[in-house]
Design a protein around this ligand. Structure first.
Ligand code: FE2
Ligand code: FE2
Length: 467
């Protein structure tokens, strides 16, 4: 009986989050007179009031990555993930920790809350702005998000950079050792990946920014670390817990380990590969699986990491390599790593000696392969994560300024934060950050992206800023 009741409340709580998220999205685009906004508001009113009847009061609280209804965590399944993810980010952005409905609400109360929520994104102190506006509404109160750890942002930047460079150095070491046939201990790898997991959870954007830097000299090691970071960030959005994220990150770090058997002359060849060379390259998944099984005692971890190394070029529809005889379903981790791997490979210069694509082009190439080479659902989450204009994309603005994307905006995918490096008169400037959601007095956007720029000329500059 109790279980049934709990399930029913959880169902309603999920409904509350879905309705709230849907209404916020609709209200972003339409004004309050719009049919969809009005019916969305009514639906939210009835969900809230329904819960008030059974629960007394309704406190919707964000703690860490989860929402709670009063004190129980709201559980959800994959289909709700986009909505939940969206709400988490929007709450965090505003430092909004809880919304409390203390008595039954009316259409007007909800309308005012939504308006306060949306307009606060243009305020310097978004939480204060919501709180002030809601102080006039009896039945709705808000509380500020509690930060578990307060870190100074410069220190955080340093820490993230350190973790990243440790990971690159360590990956280099371990690849050299395996190539030389030496025994390696995975303890350090685990420690490094665990600290990356911490930072993915806390400072995702900074770590993703590090992964956007492409340094041509350390390609192989950096590629492994980048794929690891991208996979973990993606895994987090797909709802994996910490233990699973650590496993995923470790396995991603070693996905290309089979390349130790590919002769350096081929790997570093400046021109395109011929058919013979491709034949050798295509063996690296198989060699990787073998190397991982030889690495140490066979256990669950080594078997799973071998499977992933084996599968990472097989493609979602199994059209890739190595050629296999019967059909089976790719491991979930393999499908995640394939997306991360492909993205990093086509945005970097060294892999298979193609010209690197700018991040936005890379995403559209990947979309063309959604459902064939790549898992469509996982790809959707990935695009949602990196945005239409991922961090590092060089863009030209309608103001004639040139800059690069330095922060994404989940609500307005086309309006990220831009670090301007060339001003409208063509002078190089010291990286001023502008927010493309900013509007002038007339309510028009001040800046808009008109095109992305694919130019090696600015790449070094960007790397410097991101570091
Ligand atoms: Fe590979
Ligand atoms: Fe790879």
């Amino acid at each position: 009986m109790k279980n049934n009741q709990e399930r029913e409340i959880n169902q309603k709580a999920r409904d509350l989050l879905n309705q709230l998220s849907a209404l916020l999205r609709t209200s972003q685009i339409h004004d309050t007179a719009n049919e969809a906004v009005i019916s969305g508001t009514d639906r939210l009113v009835s969900v809230v009031n329904d819960l008030i009847v059974s629960q007394g009061s309704v406190g919707l609280k964000l703690r860490g990555e989860y929402f709670y209804l009063n004190d129980s965590r709201i559980r959800y399944t994959l289909e709700h993930l986009l909505n939940f993810d969206f709400l988490t980010r929007e709450f965090k952005k505003r430092e909004l920790g809880s919304v409390i409905f203390s008595s039954s609400v009316g259409h007007e109360d909800i309308k005012r809350f939504i308006a306060a929520f949306i307009s606060s994104s243009f305020s310097q102190e978004p939480f204060d702005s919501i709180e002030k506006k809601m102080s006039e509404v009896q039945s709705v109160a808000v509380e500020k998000l509690m930060k578990i750890v307060e870190t100074e942002s410069l220190d955080t930047r340093k820490m993230v950079r350190k973790t990243y460079s440790n990971a690159v150095t360590y990956t280099g070491d371990i690849i050299r050792k395996i190539r030389a046939g030496e025994k390696v201990s995975l303890k350090t790898a685990k420690r490094i990946v665990a600290s990356m997991v911490d930072q993915i959870v806390e400072e995702e954007e900074l770590l993703l920014g590090m992964a956007a830097i492409k340094n041509y000299d350390e390609y192989t090691y950096q590629h492994s670390v980048n794929v690891s970071i991208l996979s973990m960030a993606l895994g987090q959005r797909l709802g994996l817990n910490r233990k699973m994220l650590t496993d995923l990150g470790m396995m991603a770090l070693f996905h290309d380990i089979g390349k130790i058997n590919v002769p350096n002359e081929i790997l570093n060849k400046p021109a395109s590969f011929d058919e013979e060379e491709w034949k050798i390259i295509r063996k690296h998944p198989f060699w990787g699986a073998k190397a991982l099984l030889n690495l140490r005692k066979i256990d669950e971890f080594s078997v799973k990491s071998a499977i992933i190394a084996f599968e990472h070029h097989l493609n979602f529809d199994l059209s890739g390599y190595p050629k296999i005889r019967s059909r089976f379903e790719l491991d979930f981790f393999s499908r995640i790593i394939s997306v991360a791997d492909w993205y990093d490979a086509i945005t970097s210069a060294r892999v298979y000696t193609r010209n690197p694509l700018p991040p936005d082009r890379a995403l559209s190439v990947m979309l063309e392969n959604s459902g064939t080479r790549l898992d469509p659902l996982i790809l959707k989450f990935f695009i949602n994560m990196v945005g239409i204009f991922p961090i590092g994309t060089i863009v030209m603005l309608n103001t004639n300024e040139l800059g690069f994307v330095s922060g994404t905006n989940q609500l307005f995918l086309k309006r990220p934060k831009i670090t301007v490096i060339i001003d409208r008169d063509g002078y190089r400037i010291d990286g001023r950050v502008v927010d493309l959601t900013e509007k002038d007095e007339k309510g028009e956007y001040i800046r808009t992206i008109i095109k992305t720029v694919n130019s090696a000329r600015y790449k070094m500059t960007i790397a410097r800023y991101l570091q």
